[in-house]
Ligand binder design. Structure first.
Ligand code: MG
Length: 452
């Protein structure tokens, strides 16, 4: 496959003075108008300070290229996907850099059915942008702007899918991002009592780093306990993601959330395939197998594409969950409502729901500095040296890294980051002793390479 020149694993992201400049967004508007051959494009943005400026640059390009821009203003990424589909638009675009730092911004595209652009689309757009002169519409065929209220129909559509049988107390942390005007309102309308933190729109991200990882979520972990909530929910900047905190203030592992909903989807479907990424726990496989389904793993950022290819009943990668009945996009807001629905229905503490349904294995993660020029050599060295030492191999998977699955359910993953100068090692085992042994083998090989 051709190499991408501009797009990363999810859209384009970067600093607004270096990479994601208004000039780029203007040209991107031209390129998208040509790629979708005119028609309507839904345009939304997150709460970043540069959002309005980039929104206008992109819109100017769309109009000059002959597409219409349906402006929905600040809205979560899943709401953009939903609106594109509901309005029968040719595409959707959200101006966001997800959880990147506040000075960054970016753009991510959806097809008219709400599925995210895949690599082939992105490469085709890059070709229009770099290798061709995008077409400009003549003076009498300029695109037009229409404003559309998108959040209310999105909330109402989720309310049709979800019933919360019991009044739950939930703490919501929107990272001052695009979910601030959505998730708290939705959960209240569904009958929950909601306490919010970091839930006013603010492009300076004053509350916390926008990535919903345990090390950024100290405040919500504390507040859940302080107010005696049933659980907590934390989004990233554009709310395609959500993380959950149990009633005791403990972070619920991303993979456990995938496993829980994957198992339910397979049960409901009477079997079927679940798609997840190379770096997730075999707790997913255990739950899915028990429910009568199978798990398929792919590279990061490719789960919706593979979901369609395999006609899977569920897909997820850490923090991102796709509910097929609603739409083929990662939806942290729908996931929040679905989790509340389940906890209310079970009538148990959320920690018990997970303890009963999802096994908890021992996992180890480490990131190591790895300059870009060493990445290829690093992966070949790992391929050559690590396999024999790990032993008892069931199978291996090589997509975005090397994952060695062992017959006892344990596994070792070595990969290099696509966006940062880093190598990553992940190990999972059923016992602490086995985790220690495999971790030592993996780290020993990795360190040997970097000492050379
Ligand atoms: Mg995101």
């Amino acid at each position: 496959m051709k190499k991408k020149r501009l797009f990363g694993t999810r859209g384009i992201r970067g600093p607004i003075d270096v990479k994601v400049k208004p000039e780029l967004l203007l040209n991107m508007g031209f390129a998208i108008a040509e790629y979708v051959e005119g028609g309507d494009v839904v345009v939304g943005r997150d709460a970043r300070t540069s959002g309005e400026m980039l929104n206008n640059a992109f819109t100017a390009g769309l109009l000059a290229g002959g597409s219409n821009a349906i402006q929905i203003g600040i809205a979560p990424a899943p709401c953009v996907a939903f609106t594109a589909r509901e309005l029968g638009a040719k595409a959707g675009a959200i101006i966001t850099a997800s959880h990147n730092p506040p000075p960054d911004n970016g753009i991510t595209f959806y097809h008219g059915d709400g599925t995210e652009f895949i690599s082939d689309d992105e490469i085709a757009v890059e070709e229009i942008l770099f290798d061709k002169q995008p077409k400009r519409a003549p003076w009498d065929s300029m695109g037009k702007i229409a404003n559309h209220e998108a959040i209310r129909p999105y909330i109402d559509a989720i309310k049709k899918q979800v019933k919360i049988e019991k009044k739950l107390k939930i703490v919501v942390d929107c990272a001052n991002g695009a979910a601030s005007n959505v998730t708290p309102i939705l959960l209240r309308e569904l009958g929950c009592s909601v306490t919010t933190i970091n839930s006013h729109l603010d492009g300076h991200f004053p509350g916390r780093h926008a990535e919903p990882q345990p090390w950024n979520l100290g405040d919500i972990m504390r507040v859940v306990g302080e107010v005696g909530a049933d659980f907590g929910l934390a989004h990233d900047g554009d709310a395609d993601r959500v993380a959950a905190i149990d009633e005791k203030g403990n972070f619920i592992k991303h993979d456990a959330l995938i496993a829980l909903f994957a198992g339910l989807a397979v049960e409901k479907n009477g079997g079927g395939t679940v798609v997840t990424s190379i770096n997730t726990s075999t707790c997913i496989d255990a739950v899915v197998e028990k429910a009568g389904g199978t798990t398929f793993r792919t590279g990061l950022g490719r789960f919706t594409e593979e979901m369609l290819r395999h006609n899977a009943c569920f897909a997820g990668e850490p923090g991102k969950l796709v509910f097929k009945d609603f739409g083929i996009w990662a939806d942290g807001i729908l996931a929040s409502a679905k989790l509340a629905e389940l906890v209310a229905k079970e009538g148990k503490k959320i920690s018990e729901v997970f303890r009963e349904r999802v096994p908890d294995y021992h996992m180890f993660h480490q990131d190591l500095a790895c300059p870009d020029e060493k990445k290829q050599k690093f992966m070949s060295a790992m391929r050559e040296n690590i396999m024999a030492k790990v032993g008892n191999i069931k199978d291996t998977l090589e997509v975005d890294g090397l994952r060695i699955n062992r017959n006892d359910g344990s596994w070792v993953l070595v990969r290099v980051s696509g966006t940062e100068p880093k190598a990553r090692v992940v190990v999972e085992a059923r016992t602490p002793e086995e985790l220690k042994r495999l971790k030592e083998i993996a780290l020993d090989e990795v360190q040997k390479f970097f000492k050379q």
